[in-house]
Ligand binder design. Sequence first.
Ligand code: ADP
Ligand code: MG
Length: 595
Amino acid sequence: MKRFVMHNRFFWLFLVVMFALPVLPHPVHVPEYWITLLNYIGLYSIVAIGLVLLTGIGGMTSFGQAAFVGLGAYATAYLTTQYGVSPWLALIVGVVITGLVALVLGLVTMRLSGHFLPLGTIAWGLALFFLFGNLDMLGKYDGINGIPVLNVLGIDLESGRHIYYLIWVVVLLSVLSVQNLLNSRMGRAIRALRGGGMMAEAMGVNTGWMRVVIFVYAAVLAAVSGFLYAHLQRAVNPTPFGLNHGIEYLFMAVVGGVAHVWGAVLGAAILTVLQDWLQTLLPKLLGENGNFEIIVFGILMVLLLQYARRGVWPFVARFFPRGPQAHVPEHAEALPQRSKPATGEMLLTVNKARKQFGGLVAVNDVSFEVKAGQIIGLIGPNGAGKSTTFNLVTGVLQPTSGEITFRGQRIDRLTSREIVARGIGRTFQHVKLLPTMTVLENVAIGAHLRGHAGVLRSVAKLNAAEEGRLMSEAAKQIRRVGLEQHMYDEAGSLALGQQRILEIARALCCDPTLLLLDEPAAGLRYQEKQQLAALLRKLREEGMSVLLVEHDMDFVMNLTDRLVVMEFGTRIAEGLPEEVQKDPAVLEAYLGGVE
Ligand code: ADP
Ligand code: MG
């Protein structure tokens, strides 16, 4: 708590200084020159904040942000000078146009694989730059002059000192909006996009759409910056919206620390001041004119990637508040639960499921079933096809032929997102969690489909009641699996056994009727295995059904109700564990082969 107070003291001091700067009296009077620089830092920060969301947190690279800035700038320049439209209406038009363009661009490029987005944004950045420069109505390369002065509450923002306040209020609001977004159901889904999004999809997140959403969000922030830019300069031309400026914005986010919202402001400040300084220093040193600072930036980038991958922000982070973190409320209404099947009811049937990878038959017409209240073990030596079978049931892969039904409905053509929505929760053979987020936040990702608040409600903090319900559900599942001492610890700090148990809690948050676990005991110590087995027995007593893919014969022996044994893609035995254990085919294939 003390540390928290100290954080805030620095932060408030920072705010007070920022807001006092333009009005300080004579001895410490800040020259116009520095106010101008600060204005640009603010404008660039707004764009870089969007990039932190998009690149640092969402894992997508855009070189086209400058073009979005241009859209916002040109929209207000054109509408206010040609039609005498109110700048505020022009702001809305600019934001809507930018949002729509980003939506279309996002929808087109996100469907393609990873590298197409950066390429798409480069193409888009170049195309828009030339469009600005060649359209008669936008004044070609001369641009548009005579943009009116902004007026806020009757005050004309004519001088740099006046618009300074508007710019920095927008910077603050941008930081807060992104922080609010990140600390919400949507934000947890966004943070789960890193690493390919397979885990996020398995928790019901529409990752493709989520990517489009943050792409649009970042573009809109850029357009707002462009709007302010146009009214600061009172003129626009295409140069500041070119591709090289798109690269500079990205550079600002990287320098600041690409995963931290405040890092964007720091990065914008460092680069703007450095650029200003180098632009006067280098030509003097070299005795020639030219954009030599580009070379210095290039070298700086290499050094940064080598020695401070996380940017400069981590070095100053301790002076700033960490931003709000999720907590468990005292009281929250419980989330609704789906109707649960009666014990013994048929849950999952796998009927002659087959999966071929080219000529390899990884799963060869395998059949088995899981009834409510059972723990079924799927075992077999390495390469037997267990994980592939697991992936068929969870929708990661689709069977070549055969049928899979869950609670009477075909699920073999559904995506993993649709399957978790029907009540199958899963964990991963290689633990997939967000190491810097708390256990609580990680587990809450599992409850994604049980909340509804979207981006706008999250940004405006109108999601508090729902957040409370989601957090109290997450806390309930954390207590259920016995991890309550670690509720607020970073997930990455847990031992492997605890991380696997965290994944079970996260899967339980989906309100599943069937739990699928892929090798949950792999890599665990003896005692951790015992704890895991005890947990699974407890869950069964509470009515949960479990399908367990496992390599470790001892682990499944005293735990499972029935065993299905696979070898080379084929089911070679099925039955009670004691029977299967004595089956000559199993002894030969499984035990003989591996141990
Ligand atoms: P297990 O989980 O039982 O160790 P897997 O299901 O991972 O086995 O693999 C079964 C067989 O299918 C192996 O021979 C493996 O090499 C092959 N296989 C698995 N996934 C793929 C894939 N995506 N493409 C091609 N072959 C695969
Ligand atoms: Mg496997």
